[in-house]
Design a protein around this ligand. Structure first.
Ligand code: AMP
Length: 606
């Protein structure tokens, strides 16, 4: 039985650090719309919606087949939208490349042929570790066409998270760049025995290839433009997304081709995508948002999507929104807070004439962020909620509904949400408004994960009957709006990225000076949380500034900058339960000066 308690307080604490403005607790829906909203009458659509009916809007393949890439690419490339821009790619160095649906199909077909020629079979796993370059998109779609399972890795990961995930996933193929391979994969290559092919996206003439390495451009040049997309079955594995828990190794959430039905429905109802939209999802495809909404959902709707290779830069972002005439923008609270911090005056010289809808996901969005959208763009920011396991947006503020700033909105059509409390014998559904409990969803939506790879037990524990228990604490108000309260576990959300404390602790423990390590999320006004570690040293080692810096460097090198701790404190010993588990909750309470709560299981001082 998991104890229900609030571990994440970033929302409350972060808000106190931002300028406070007294604004209305409700933003009324607009009186008129640039385009007729898909979810104009939410209640009526929720009453009549069915997933079976939604499925009929997709093309499908012979024999009842369904393939994400067929819906995202072939459907448009084989029809009137063949010459419509699918991807507008903006290079970090100022380059701009437009790929039409026809181009994307040709390249994805070549990639699928190249995989087949290498002997990579349907169901095998391909990992992608790359910056947001065109090859990433071609590889993901080409692999899906061939029925090969795609698993994206965040390019800022260090060697350790990469090796762990590729190992767990049994990765047969890796698509990456020469630079990333040399820095991050070569040092751990022998830890990934299943890896049979490394496809390098940016080989220069004369480059020496690693063992089993191939020049991806050369493979694509030689491959045929024609490929018959594999008629995968709706429940066939398509995507493997790694996510973090509190304990143990990362979990490989398994998603199937049928998930595309949810990407289609949520692209319509949560993001209000229309055919002439230019859509920009700022998430990196190394994370689930960047795959579900940075690749699949926009293409399934046949719209033009923006891909920006560069890292966050306020002026660049405003210029993209203006010059690329972005109409629907999906971003994240950390990015919004960074834009707020950079100052709204930066936006004044730009005109966002086509922008009509802004949404955000990944962490709590402060009410100030919602209002900042109104002040800066004349549009509020619509918070929505989902997680790796749900595969797509579940709860959302939508275009034609009132917004209550600070709330993540209401369940989308086809989604039944509940507030539950766990008890010894199961869960109790709480109907009374404003009572805190765990968010649960009735299973049955198509993008629901179908298992954690090789961990049936962990998967089973996520369900009580037909309810999937999300691990998030929420409240629902009398009007059905959901309010995020915190997590039921110790995972950390930093800049929207989920980080497992265990993975960080394990990397620290590999340092010869470290006897034990405990890792927590520390509230941060911009990033939501930052990773902080507490370390007890082995005898013979003394705390010092030099050692602290060495440990920070050690963790950064192994884990990468997005996962490694930003702060390390030394402690003579760490609080543990009598069964030996580090009490991160206590470390966190002590760090933040909060009540220590129940310490009855604390191991007595020796
Ligand atoms: P991930 O699986 O990495 O996408 O992380 C999912 C988790 O991020 C959720 O379980 C929540 O804890 C958090 N999250 C996502 N969206 C929101 C939101 N709109 N408000 C608050 N927390 C969110």
């Amino acid at each position: 039985m998991r104890e229900v308690r609030v571990c994440s307080l970033p929302k409350v604490l972060a808000m106190t650090e931002l300028p406070r403005t007294e604004r209305s607790p409700r933003i009324r829906k607009p009186a008129s719309f640039a385009l007729p909203p898909h979810l104009a009458d939410r209640d009526a659509i929720c009453r009549t919606f069915s997933w079976a009916e939604a499925r009929r809007h997709l093309a499908g393949l012979p024999g009842g087949g369904l393939n994400i890439a067929a819906e995202a690419v072939d459907r448009y490339a084989n029809g009137a939208r063949r010459d419509h821009a699918a991807i507008v790619w903006l290079g970090a160095d100022g380059g701009r490349l437009v790929l039409t649906y026809g181009d994307l199909q040709r390249l994805a077909n070549r990639f699928a042929n190249a995989l087949t020629a290498l002997g990579v079979a349907r169901g095998e796993r391909l990992f992608i570790l790359a910056p947001r370059i065109p090859a990433l998109y071609v590889a993901a779609l080409g692999a899906l066409k061939a029925g090969v399972v795609v698993s994206p890795l965040f390019s800022a990961f260090g060697p350790e998270p990469i090796a762990t995930r590729m190992n767990l996933g049994g990765g047969r193929v890796l698509v990456t760049t020469a630079a990333l391979y040399a820095r991050k994969v070569a040092p751990v290559r022998e830890q990934i025995p299943t890896l049979a092919h490394v496809l390098l996206a940016d080989c220069a003439a004369g480059d020496e290839l690693p063992s089993a390495g191939h020049d991806l451009d050369a493979l694509l040049r030689e491959a045929s433009d024609e490929f018959v997309t594999v008629a995968t079955q709706p429940d066939e594995l398509a995507l493997l997304h790694f996510t973090s828990g509190t304990t143990g190794k990362p979990k490989g959430a398994m998603h199937v081709h049928e998930a595309v039905v949810a990407h289609w429905a949520t692209g319509m109802y949560a993001l209000d995508l229309h055919p002439e939209d230019v859509f920009w999802c700022t998430a990196d495809p190394g994370w689930v948002t960047g795959m579900s909404y940075g690749i699949i959902a926009p293409l399934v709707h046949g719209v033009t999507m923006i891909v920006d290779e560069a890292e966050f830069d306020p002026l660049r972002w405003y210029r993209i929104l203006q010059d690329e005439r972005v109409s629907v923008w999906y971003t994240a609270p950390t990015a919004i807070r960074m834009l707020m911090k950079a100052g709204s005056e930066l936006a004044r010289d730009f005109r966002f004439e086509r922008l009509r809808f802004i949404a955000s996901v990944g962490e709590p969005l402060n009410p100030q962020g919602v209002w900042w959208g109104l002040d800066t763009f004349g549009l509020p920011i619509h918070d929505n909620w989902w997680q790796t396991e749900t595969g797509g947006i579940m709860i959302a503020n939508t275009v034609a509904q009132d917004i209550k700033p600070g709330s993540m909105g209401r369940p989308l059509p086809g989604i039944e949400a509940f507030v539950v409390q766990r008890h010894q014998g199961g869960v109790e559904v709480i109907d009374t408004p404003d009572v805190e409990g765990e968010l649960a969803l009735r299973r049955g939506w198509p993008s629901m994960f179908r298992g954690y790879l090789n961990d049936e037990e962990r998967y089973r524990k996520c369900f009580a009957g037909d309810l999937y228990l999300t691990g998030d604490l929420v409240k629902r108000d009398a009007e059905g709006y959901y309010w995020f309260v915190g997590r039921t576990d110790d995972v950390i959300k930093s800049a929207g990225h989920l980080i497992g404390p265990f993975e960080v602790e394990s990397a620290l423990m590999e340092h010869p000076a470290v006897a034990e390590a405990g890792v927590i999320g520390k509230p941060d006004p911009v990033l939501g949380e930052t990773v902080k570690a507490f370390v007890a040293l082995k005898s013979g080692f003394e705390p010092s500034e030099a050692l602290r810096r060495e440990l920070l460097g050690h963790a950064r090198k192994r884990l990468g900058p997005s996962v490694a701790p930003k702060e390390i404190d030394f402690a003579p010993r760490l609080p543990r339960t009598r069964s030996g588990k580090i009490m991160r909750r206590l470390l966190r309470a002590r760090e933040l000066g909060l009540p220590e709560g129940d310490t009855s299981t604390l191991e007595a001082d020796k």
